[in-house]
Structure formats: structure tokens, C-alpha cells
Design a protein around this ligand. Structure first.
Ligand SMILES: [Zn+2]
Length: 400
């Protein structure tokens, strides 16, 4: 919300996730949706005559977060896959609910990495629902700012329910990519798990052709990567980022670091599935065999993030809400998971803020600076040393 009056947040702490220490005793002046200045509360200087003062004592100002792996049209939960087949009008309502949840959790930006296809009643074309959500939200300053990949592009026999575009060889893959960009996708999402998990769905050359096409049109390419064989193809082909990266090795992360390939971690998925052992009756979560399988994948995924971190790979992060089982207001859970994987808490917060902005190519996202947008929220506690502080949201500057 752009308040008609300038607003002063007085005597807060400020969490800048480019370093480990809070600044305390900070006053921050907002006018017309922008940060005018930050000054010591003991030395605010002249204030605008009609200023609205908020006593922010005991709270911490945090940059609005970036959920770099989200699915805004889907609700998540233990039946997340089934929900993808719900009627489009219902999914558009889900998106509105998710928009509320994201904002209240301090998430300013959502990078949507896949939405179901549906016929758009305005022109009868079948395209990703997320494109309609982006249009709806563009003009509303209370809504998350989003960038969308359109729909998933996958090999046949991988993604269920006819929600995605299927392409089995080079020319079809290139055509699918081109169609997504024509529809208005901001970037492309390839699904680099194949029908057989020990084989990548496409050749490096085929994926490289997509990367060249997209880059030529000013768009980036990201790739879902559950297994090493697909990750290798994506990295060799020069994709801009890998999503999940659940099975990376030291060669893969070294090459990612050299090339500047981002990793978008989604480790909290495994925390969510572990919780389903208590809260659901679904055999794959509650049986000993299911729990063991999930435990193995979780350990391997954590190891992958550790390898990437030590190699200096740029790590952005996301919940995978909707496309996985988390909900839209769970990004704090992922920051906690990154800390468990070995990132310092302030580095994990950087992954959920500035690094996500870097990945999007949005220079203001996840940052607080004079003249920049007033995209911050206030929590209790120090999120630079304790990720659980991110659950304790008190206020969100861009919301009423
Ligand atoms: Zn996903």
C-alpha cells in the first residue's frame, strides 16, 4: 500500500543479509512507496510535518523475500499433485489466496516455475494459468511481484495429467520453447528428469539449442533436476539455473561455479514430507519403507547443497509450494533447511532475498536502499543468526 503520508519506522533493528550483524537503533523513512533514508534513531534530523511515526522498537526490518521456486496457481499440501487437475477458475482463486499468504509471510517476489495449461476465455488460447495471474497482479501494489515460466516442458511419460507441454526430440523441444515465449513466459522451465531416471530426456545439443533460442530473445532457461544425469546435460548445455539439484556431485558444482549457474534449493520439501508421516495416512509417507526412501533422498539433497555451497555456487532458494507440498507462507522453513545444510543464517537469508533478485535479474529485489522500493517487513528476533525469526512477522510495509 502506498500510504498518503510519509511513514517513519523508529528505533528498529535492520537486517542486511550481506553481512552477519544487525544494525540497531535505526529509523527508516518511507514516502510514496520508497525508502527515503535510514538514519540513527538518535539523529533523525528534520522530519516531514505530516509524518506518521510507527514505534518499531524491538522489531527487525528485513528485505522482502524472494521465493525463487514457486507455483502460484497451486495450493500444495499432501495431495499437491491431484490439485493440479482442479478447474482453472478454482486455481485462479487459489492464486489469490497464495498472493495473500506470500505477502503476509514477507515474500515480495515469487518466481513461478510452472503452471497448468488452461484455455484462456478471453481469446480461447490454451496457455499457462500463471500468465493470467501475472496480468491480474501487475497493477496491484499489494500483490507479490511475479515472473513466470509458463508451463513445464517435459518428455512424455514424466509429468502427469496433461498439464505440461510434451516434447520428445529436438525440433519438438525447440517448438515448445518458442511457443512458451510467444505466449508471454518470462523464462523457460525444462524438466530434466526423463521417463527412465538413469537417462536424461534430451541430448546436451537439444537443450543447448533451447538455451540459445531463449537467450536470443532475452529470456533465461531453468531446469528441474532431480538426478545427476539430467543435471549434467543442463550444466553442459548452459542453462542459467538448476531447480532442486537433488543429486549433484563435485564435478557438477565446480562447473556451475565456473559458469555462474545458479542452484535454486528446495530442501524443505523433505521436512514437509517427514511431517506427513505424522499427519497423513498416505503409505509413501507413513510406512517404514517410505520414510527410509525419503530419508535417503533428503540426505543426498542436503549433500548436494553442501557441495554447491563449498564450491561457491550462487544459491537462491524457494519453497516449491504448489508444485510440491509446502504452502505459500513457508519460505522460512526453507531458510531453516539451508542453515541445516551448512549455510550461515545470514547467508541463507541472502539466498531468500538478494540472491533470488540476482537470479531474476531484478536489481531492487531483496534489497533495502535509499531511493529503492519500500519492500520490507518486520519480524521479532535476529534473522541473521536465527532463521526462525522469519516466522514471527509483525508488519509488512507494502500491505495495509
Ligand atoms: Zn516445482
Amino acid at each position: 500500500m502506498t500510504s498518503p503520508r510519509p511513514t517513519l519506522y523508529r528505533d528498529a533493528a535492520l537486517a542486511d543479509p550481506t553481512g552477519p550483524s544487525l544494525r540497531t537503533g535505526v529509523s527508516l523513512l518511507v514516502d510514496a512507496g520508497h525508502v527515503v533514508w535510514t538514519r540513527p534513531s538518535t539523529d533523525e534530523g528534520d522530519l516531514p510535518p505530516n509524518v506518521h511515526v510507527i514505534d518499531a522498537g524491538g522489531s527487525t526490518i528485513v528485505p522482502g523475500m524472494v521465493d525463487a521456486h514457486s507455483h502460484v496457481t497451486l495450493p500444495g499440501g499432501s495431495h499437491w499433485i491431484d490439485r493440479g487437475a482442479d478447474p482453472p477458475e478454482e486455481l485462479l482463486d487459489v492464486a489469490e489466496h497464495n498472493g495473500d499468504l506470500l505477502g503476509r509471510a514477507g515474500v515480495r517476489w515469487a518466481r513461478d516455475v510452472g503452471a497448468p495449461l488452461a484455455v484462456d476465455p478471453r481469446d480461447g488460447r490454451r496457455r499457462a494459468l500463471s500468465l493470467r495471474v501475472r496480468e491480474r497482479w501487475q497493477a496491484d501494489p499489494n500483490r507479490p511481484r511475479i515472473r513466470v515460466a509458463g508451463t513445464w516442458i517435459g518428455h512424455s511419460g514424466v509429468l502427469t495429467g496433461g498439464l505440461a507441454i510434451e516434447a520428445d526430440e529436438g525440433p519438438a523441444l525447440l517448438k515448445a520453447a518458442s511457443t512458451q515465449l510467444d505466449d508471454g513466459a518470462d523464462f523457460l522451465k525444462l524438466y530434466l528428469d526423463g521417463p527412465k531416471k538413469e537417462e536424461a530426456p534430451w541430448s546436451t545439443e537439444d537443450v543447448r539449442a533451447v538455451v540459445e533460442l531463449a537467450h536470443g530473445r532475452g529470456a533465461k532457461v531453468t531446469a528441474h533436476s532431480g538426478f545427476l544425469v539430467g543435471a549434467r546435460v543442463g550444466i553442459d548445455a548452459g542453462v542459467d539455473s538448476l531447480e532442486h539439484g537433488f543429486e549433484l556431485d563435485s564435478d557438477a558444482v565446480a562447473q556451475m561455479a565456473r559458469q555462474g549457474t545458479f542452484l535454486v534449493s528446495t530442501l524443505a520439501i523433505f521436512r514437509s514430507w517427514a511431517s506427513f508421516a505424522q499427519t497423513t495416512t498416505l503409505p509413501r509417507f507413513v510406512t517404514d519403507e517410505g520414510k527410509e526412501r525419503i530419508g535417503h533422498r533428503r540426505e543426498r539433497a542436503i549433500e548436494s547443497v553442501q557441495l554447491a555451497y563449498r564450491a561457491g555456487v550462487r544459491i537462491a532458494t524457494g519453497t516449491d509450494f504448489g508444485g510440491g507440498s509446502l504452502r505459500a507462507n513457508h519460505l522460512a522453513w526453507e531458510v531453516e533447511a539451508l542453515v541445516e545444510a551448512g549455510l550461515k543464517p545470514w547467508e541463507a537469508l541472502a539466498s531468500a532475498t538478494v540472491r533470488g533478485g540476482d537470479l531474476l535479474g531484478e536489481t531492487t529485489a531483496g534489497r533495502i536502499f535509499e531511493g529503492g522500493p519500500a519492500d520490507f517487513f518486520l519480524v521479532h528476533g535476529d534473522p541473521l543468526t536465527d532463521p526462525t525469526a522469519l516466522w514471527r512477522v509483525w508488519r509488512v510495509a507494502w500491505l495495509p
